[in-house]
Design a protein around this ligand. Structure first.
Ligand SMILES: [Zn+2]
Length: 191
């Protein structure tokens, strides 16, 4: 039985620039799922500074990440900014990055990210998400037929019962007890 300690992450005053190019829909990539795609990540920058970026300075990827297809002008070029979160991992090492990059065990309060008043909240008023091997588990978001009761002080949370968290790469089944994600017995994670 595997268990992983949870740790707290919070948004910083920084963001990074992300430049993505996606190829035409009529030519599917043989390597990456669906379209030819590539992204590059810029350095972390203060959020207030982002508006000053000169659009002419940005350097988009020139080739598909999977198969090397060379992008052309009419392929879709998008530029966005991604919030940087930070925290201290259970081994004491500082971590910072996007929510997509967060390691298993990372936990945050979606209210600080601007969750609407109508979104579900736990008993402490927070809307907790924790990263599992199956992706983000929105503990406090209520689905039809799913309602998790939790106790404890974040990140030392206990949730009643077990959960299966799916994502496009696989799924994870287990439980969250006293701030540890615990794999379900006999059901190793697939990923
Ligand atoms: Zn490709």
């Amino acid at each position: 039985m595997n268990k992983r300690r949870c740790f707290w992450i919070a948004p910083t005053s920084e963001a990074f620039e992300r430049l993505t190019v996606r190829g035409p829909g009529d030519r599917k990539c043989q390597i990456v799922p669906y379209y030819h795609t590539a992204s590059v990540r810029g350095a972390n920058r203060p959020k207030f500074d982002l508006i000053q970026t000169n659009v002419g300075d940005v350097k988009y990827p020139t080739h598909c990440n999977g198969c090397g297809y060379p992008f052309i002008k009419t392929d879709m070029h998008t530029r966005d900014f991604v919030a940087v979160f930070s925290g201290i991992k259970p081994d004491g090492v500082p971590w910072n990055g996007s929510l997509d990059e967060a390691p298993v065990g990372a936990m945050f309060d979606d209210v600080v990210r601007g969750a609407s008043e109508s979104e579900s909240r736990g008993p402490d008023g927070m809307c907790l998400f924790v990263r599992t091997l199956g992706g983000w588990w929105p503990i406090d978001v209520k689905y039809p037929g799913a309602r998790y009761e939790r106790s404890g002080t974040a990140p030392d949370i206990t949730v009643e019962g077990t959960v299966t968290v799916p994502n496009s790469y696989g799924s994870w089944s287990g439980s969250l007890i006293h701030g540890y994600l615990i794999d379900a017995a006999g059901a190793p994670a697939t990923h």
